[in-house]
Design a protein around this ligand. Structure first.
Ligand SMILES: *Cc1c(COP(=O)(O)O)cnc(C)c1O
Length: 423
């Protein structure tokens, strides 16, 4: 293991990160399992930060991809019309948008989530003629300059390269305590001519802040934010990159609220297979681009379209959503048992669907739990501004027995670290 770290230290930039959290060489993956070069099996409670919602090497996606390549289907085509893209757009419209009463046009952007955020920001600025965008405390939207300007975590905001580009931050739901209505504060900022707060082109928000520590926005809060947008002509951009594509139990994370965002950004699990793909969904009136005014070499990659169509199939019956609910019930039950049996641990647990966070007040202990879990065969990452929230993000298709086994390891690891510390 030492040799591995030494070689990485020589060859790869210091910026490397997940290979430090999970110090082994991964070789294979199937479903909810990762295997390293020694053949050791790990249960994956990380799912590529939400890029592997349908499991690793998902059989139907893999078969469709192999068949497509074997038939010499086109791989790269910029944004030319292709059969693969046509199939994706038709299926996405018929099986995802139409049943939800959503009328959106699609814009394929460069492959990363941050590329799509940049595009969403441009659309908001282009169509409103205003440049100010307001995001929220503890939000994460990517690290290219425009997106980084709206990402709040100090860890990423180096004064030497940050470009503020008319961004501001507002308190997310609960930021000032459960009793403070942050929407009332935002309304005051907008209405008061002495606030110094310029009318934003858009609010950029996650319905559940994933990197920010699994902070769940209340339904009422999101509805009030939506109403504020309508009242003042501000666009609502939902960053559904991590918590969309089924993570919270519905395809879009905002379905529980009935709100109608103007722009929605999807990436991570939209291709379903872990292939890079991003899309910006926008109300048709917002599509004011001139042809070619925004472009990228790798936008709408055909291999991603092929697997994305297979991912959509999961949403064509209610069984899939029901399966997520069943798995969520298991997680909730296990955490309730843990909280009851060990009240002294004072764990703060929150989440929705198959994204849950366990906050441990001491960041060193949180890191120790993640390390202990890894040694016992569970991959689980940390999040939050203090990096002290264990983030449960299993594949949405995880078998019940694997979910229980992963939770067993997690509970054992929490107990061994926190009981050890208490002694
Ligand atoms: C991952 C993520 C991004 C950035 O996506 P990249 O592909 O890493 O650029 C933006 N917003 C949210 C909510 C994310 O989880």
């Amino acid at each position: 293991m030492m040799e591995l770290a030494d070689r990485a230290a020589r060859q790869e930039s210091e910026v490397r990160s997940y290979c430090r959290s999970f110090p082994t060489i991964f070789e294979k993956a199937k479903g909810s399992y990762l295997y390293d070069h020694t053949g050791k099996r790990y249960i994956d409670f990380f799912s590529g930060a939400g890029a592997i919602n349908y499991g690793h090497n998902n059989d139907r996606m893999r078969q469709a991809l192999i068949a497509y390549i074997q038939a010499d289907g086109i791989t790269h085509s910029l944004d030319m019309a292709t059969t693969a893209k046509r199939k994706f757009m038709d299926r996405f419209e018929a099986s995802i948008l139409a049943p939800r009463g959503l009328d959106f046009k699609m814009q394929f952007t460069g492959p990363g989530g941050t590329n799509a955020i940049e595009t969403a920001l441009k659309i908001a600025r282009l169509t409103t003629g205003r440049s100010h965008i307001a995001a929220f405390t503890n939000g994460y939207h990517g690290l290219t300059l425009g997106a980084l300007a709206l990402t709040s975590n100090a860890h990423y905001r180096n004064e030497a390269f940050i470009d503020r580009s008319n961004a501001s931050f507002l308190p997310f739901d609960g930021y000032l305590g459960r009793d403070v209505d942050t929407i009332a504060y935002i309304r005051k900022l907008i209405e008061d001519r002495g606030s110094g707060f310029d009318l934003p082109a858009a609010f950029l928000v996650e319905t559940i802040q994933a990197e920010g520590g699994i902070n769940v926005a209340g339904t009422g809060w999101l509805q009030s934010l939506d109403a504020l947008c309508h009242e003042f002509g501000i666009l609502l951009i939902i960053d559904d990159i991590q918590v969309g594509c089924g993570r919270t139990g519905t395809f879009f994370s905002f379905e529980r609220t009935g709100i109608h965002p103007d722009i929605v950004v999807l990436s991570k699990s939209i291709s379903g297979f872990g292939l890079p793909m991003s899309v910006v969904l926008m109300r048709p009136e917002l599509d004011q681009w001139k042809p070619g005014e925004e472009t990228a070499t790798f936008r709408g990659h055909n291999l991603s379209f092929v697997t994305a169509v297979e991912a959509i199939c999961y949403w064509e019956s209610d069984d899939f959503a029901r399966g997520i609910q069943t798995r969520e019930d298991v997680i909730t039950r296990r955490f309730k048992e843990l909280a009851q049996s060990q009240p002294a641990f004072d764990l703060k647990i929150r989440g929705k669907g198959l994204i849950h966070g366990v906050e441990i007040s001491d960041p060193d202990k949180a890191r120790a739990v993640s390390r202990e879990a890894f040694s016992q065969g569970l991959v689980i990452e940390l999040c939050g501004p203090m990096n002290n929230v264990l983030k449960l993000l299993p594949p949405l298709v995880i078998e019940a027995s694997d979910l229980e086994e992963g939770l067993d390891i997690l509970v054992r690891s929490i107990q061994s670290v926190l009981l050890d510390g208490a002694r």
